[in-house]
Design a protein around this ligand. Structure first.
Ligand code: SAH
Length: 359
C-alpha cells in the first residue's frame, strides 16, 4: 500500500515517537536528552503546529529536525457547525492529500472528540458510508493524535474524552492505535484519562483479545447491531468470520482482564433488527455479562435504502431491554444536520471535487 512504501523511504514521523524514542533520536543528532523533553512538550502539550513554533530551541536544531523528520500537522479544509447542538465536524487534509473526518461534541461532562483511525475502511458494513470505497490506508499514531490536537487548536477548548469511532476499523490498525493510546494518555503529553477513551470495533476477535491483554482502562465498544449470526451476517460481512458466541467470549475476556464493562452499539434499522423478538435475542446475549447497550437510530445514507426505526419502535425496544434488566440508553443524535454519520462529509467532499482523490 502507498503509505508503507512512503514510510520506508521517507523521513521518520517525529510525532509518533515516544519520549524515550525521541531521546535516542536527539542523541543521534548530537543533542542532549533534555532537548527531547522540550520538543515533546511542544508537540504533545503545547500542541505546536510546526517546528518553527518551538521558540526555545535554536534555529539550528529546528533546521536539523526539518531535514530529518516529518512533522505531521493537519489542515482543516472544511468545518461545519450544527445549529442544533454546537457539534462541529472537521474535514482534515493529510500530507498526501487524503482526507479524514473528526467530530467535536460538547457535553455537560466535558468535550469529546471522535476521531478516524483509517482513510476509508475495508469492513464493508452495509449501512456505513465510510466503507463504500474500501480502505485507502492506515492512519499513523501522529495522524490520530493530530485530529485531537488540531480540534483543540481550532476550538480553543479543552478535550476530556476521545472516542475512536470515526472512519475506519481501529483493530485493523492495531499497532498504530496502541501507539496513539500510549501518547494520548502519557503524563508528559495531553494526559487524557484512559477511562475517558472509547475504542469501537466491528468485532475483530483476535484484536479484542490482544487489547484485553494490554490491560488498559479504556472502554471497548462492540458494534453488535444484531444478536444472531444469521441477522448479523446480513448487516456486517465481518460476522462471516466471527460468530456472536466468539464475540461474547472475547467481551467476557476483556472484562476479566480489565474490569471494564463492555458497551454494545446497536443501530436500529426499521424492520431489520428492531422487532420485539430482536430485543429478546439481544437481552439473552447481553444478559450474560456486565455491559451497557447504546441504541442508535440508524443514520440513513443515500447509497443504501435503510430506514431509521421510528420513535415508538425505539422506545418499545428500549423498554423490553429494561424489563430484562439490561442497562440501556438511546444515543442522542448529534450533528445530524451536518452529515453526522460516519464518512458522509468526506464522501460528499470527494464527490464534489474528484481531483482530490488523485492527489
Ligand atoms: N469500525 C468501528 C468504528 C467506526 S464506526 C466499528 O465498527 O465500531 C462507529 C459506529 O457507527 C459503529 O457502531 C458503526 O456500526 C456505526 N455506524 C456506521 N454507520 C452508521 C449509520 N449510518 N447509522 C448509525 N450508525 C452507524
Amino acid at each position: 500500500m502507498g503509505f508503507e512504501r512512503y514510510a520506508m523511504t521517507e523521513k521518520k514521523d517525529i510525532k509518533s515517537l515516544t519520549l524515550c524514542q525521541l531521546e535516542k533520536e536527539m542523541g543521534k543528532l548530537g543533542e542532549k536528552p533534555f532537548r527531547a523533553r522540550q520538543m515533546y512538550d511542544w508537540m504533545h502539550r503545547k500542541l505546536a503546529a510546526s517546528f518553527d513554533e518551538m521558540t526555545n530551541l535554536s534555529s539550528g536544531l529546528r533546521e536539523k529536525c526539518k531535514e530529518n523528520y516529518r512533522y505531521i500537522s493537519l489542515e482543516a479544509v472544511k468545518v461545519q457547525e450544527s445549529k442544533k447542538d454546537g457539534t462541529r465536524k472537521f474535514l482534515f487534509r493529510l500530507y498526501d492529500g487524503n482526507l479524514v473526518e473528526s467530530v467535536w461534541m460538547k457535553y455537560r461532562h466535558g468535550n469529546s472528540v471522535c476521531i478516524s483511525s483509517q482513510v476509508g475502511c475495508r469492513m464493508g458494513c452495509r449501512f456505513c458510508a465510510s466503507t463504500l470505497d474500501g480502505l485507502e490506508r492506515n492512519l499513523s499514531a501522529s495522524e490520530m493524535l493530530e485530529q485531537v490536537y488540531a480540534v483543540i487548536r481550532l476550538t480553543g477548548e479543552r478535550v476530556s474524552n476521545v472516542v475512536v469511532m470515526g472512519t475506519g476499523e481501529p483493530l485493523d490498525n492495531y499497532d498504530n492505535l496502541l501507539c496513539f493510546l500510549k501518547l494520548l494518555t502519557d503524563e508528559n503529553g495531553l494526559h487524557i484519562s484512559q477511562r475517558n477513551i472509547t475504542v469501537s470495533t466491528c468485532g475483530i476477535v483476535p484484536g479484542m483479545r490482544r487489547l484485553a491483554e494490554e490491560r488498559l482502562q479504556i472502554t471497548l465498544a462492540l458494534s453488535l447491531h444484531a444478536a444472531t449470526d444469521e441477522k448479523r451476517r446480513k448487516l456486517m460481512p465481518v460476522a462471516e468470520r466471527y460468530s456472536v458466541e466468539e464475540l461474547m467470549d472475547a467481551c467476557r475476556y476483556y472484562f476479566e482482564q480489565t474490569g471494564r464493562r463492555i458497551t454494545f452499539e446497536y443501530s436500529l434499522v426499521a424492520g431489520v433488527n428492531d422487532t420485539g423478538r430482536d430485543a429478546e435475542e439481544l437481552s439473552a446475549v447481553a444478559g450474560t455479562m456486565r455491559c451497557h447497550i447504546n441504541l442508535i437510530p440508524v443514520n440513513p445514507i443515500k447509497e443504501r435504502n435503510y430506514v431509521q426505526s421510528d420513535k415508538t419502535a425505539v422506545l418499545a425496544f428500549k423498554n423490553k431491554l429494561e424489563k430484562n434488566k439490561i442497562n440501556v440508553t438511546i444515543r442522542r443524535e448529534m450533528g445530524r444536520d451536518i452529515d453526522g454519520a460516519c464518512g458522509q462529509l468526506r464522501r460528499r467532499h470527494m464527490q464534489k471535487d474528484p481531483a482530490q482523490e488523485e492527489e
